[in-house]
Design a protein around this ligand. Structure first.
Ligand SMILES: Nc1ncnc2c1ncn2[C@@H]1O[C@H](COP(=O)(O)OP(=O)(O)OP(=O)(O)O)[C@@H](O)[C@H]1O
Length: 361
């Protein structure tokens, strides 16, 4: 059996004093009224598979109010392996564990990546470019440790270079930072473009299955202009752009070009979805993107990720609900939260493990 999440347990975590949840290898539906803690459980699943969560919680937010210490643990089983990923919360700090040994976020992610789809994602198309970059990066980080390292080095370099720009630095010092920005940035761009190219094929196919008469696309638009194919050529382009903007950057005290300012642009029939897409089209884009993430995980790792659908059923119309449930095939382990089982067909409910959160499970 492919690796799957089998049991989540939490102690003094968020709204729970203690809670344990057995997960179905296929579909688990967490049903319960508002504020009963369903998203808290999804957040724990995401933290223990991706090493980070969409809510970007601090340790004190994760710890149950008033408790001195807490934890969350997730058992992963399959392919002859049994791994326990853990999150310990105490004294304002959090730390990850893997089979009881202390590790970092990178130690828990990657074994079973997760794809989360939640209401916050639904306006990804019309939000600022940083939301779309974050969508691509948070996915890439789970699939490739090198991507994670490059991203964090690049972000640190931008921050430090920005501090320097505000200090009227000597030209030779700035050149050192430009060089490291150009080299790391070019590597990051190679990773981003390769990942987006993988996503794009699936994205277009899934979107067209939802809306056969529309032609969607997604493209990477770099602030460096049209990018070359070679890493060194991109680094050279980056150096040139930095030089050209130096006066402007010194005046404004910030790095104005590079992957941290790039755009991931969606189009439908050649028109920018951000400006011209209807709300329904924008939602189809996000749905297709999420399903594409599942497919790309399968392409790269040879097995699907854990799919987390948090409260999206109520946000989607019947045809999009059908599209997503039709896609949740037998081999995709899925956890879905809802306040209302009426959104699911009998066919889905007959095969799912339904857990009533807020009552005994
Ligand atoms: N650190 C914490 N300590 C105690 N309670 C907390 C903590 N963090 C969050 N909560 C509580 O958890 C509840 C929210 O849980 P959650 O967002 O998981 O609900 P939900 O079941 O997903 O609801 P909805 O259906 O409305 O999305 C709130 O009542 C909030 O006060």
């Amino acid at each position: 059996m492919t690796i799957a999440a089998t049991e989540l347990s939490v102690v003094q975590y968020r709204s729970f004093a203690e809670y344990a949840l057995r997960l179905d290898p296929h579909v688990t539906v967490l049903v319960g009224r508002n504020a009963v803690g369903k998203t808290n459980l999804v957040e724990a699943l995401q933290l223990l598979t991706a090493g980070s969560s969409f809510r970007k919680p601090s340790s004190s937010e994760l710890l149950r109010q008033g408790a001195p210490a807490g934890r969350a643990r997730l058992l992963l089983e399959g392919e002859g392996r049994r791994l326990e990923m853990g999150l310990e919360l105490a004294e304002g700090k959090r730390s990850f564990t893997r089979n009881g040994k202390r590790t970092t976020a990178s130690g828990v992610r990657g074994v079973l990546p997760s794809v989360l789809f939640c209401p916050d994602d639904l306006d990804m198309v019309k939000r600022s470019a940083s939301a779309r970059r974050a969508a691509l990066d948070s996915f890439g980080v789970q699939l490739n440790d090198q991507y994670a390292k490059l991203l964090s080095t690049y972000e640190r370099t931008v921050e430090q270079r920005n501090n320097l720009l505000r200090d009227c630095p000597p030209a030779d010092l700035l050149e050192v930072w430009d060089e490291s920005l150009a080299v790391t940035g070019a590597q990051l761009l190679m990773h981003r473009r390769a990942l987006l190219a993988r996503i794009r094929g699936h994205f277009v196919e899934v979107y067209r299955a939802i809306a056969p008469h529309e032609t969607p696309d997604v493209a990477y638009e770099s602030t460096l202009g049209e990018l070359g194919d070679e890493r060194e050529a991109i680094a050279e382009q980056f150096r040139r752009e930095l030089l050209a903007r130096r006066a402007d950057e010194l005046r404004r005290g910030m790095t104005l070009v590079g992957p941290h300012r790039d755009e991931i642009a969606f189009t439908i029939d050649g028109r920018a979805a951000r400006d011209f897409g209807s709300q329904g089209q924008q939602r189809s884009i996000v749905l297709a993107w999420k399903i594409a993430e599942v497919q790309v995980t399968r392409d790269i790792l040879g097995r699907p990720p854990l799919l987390l659908l948090d409260d999206v059923m109520s946000e989607l119309d019947a045809s999009r609900r059908e599209a997503i449930m039709g896609f949740v095939a037998d081999d995709i382990q899925t956890v879905i939260t809802t306040t209302n089982l009426g959104y699911f067909t009998d066919r889905v409910l007959d095969r799912a493990r339904v857990v009533h959160v807020g009552t005994s499970n």
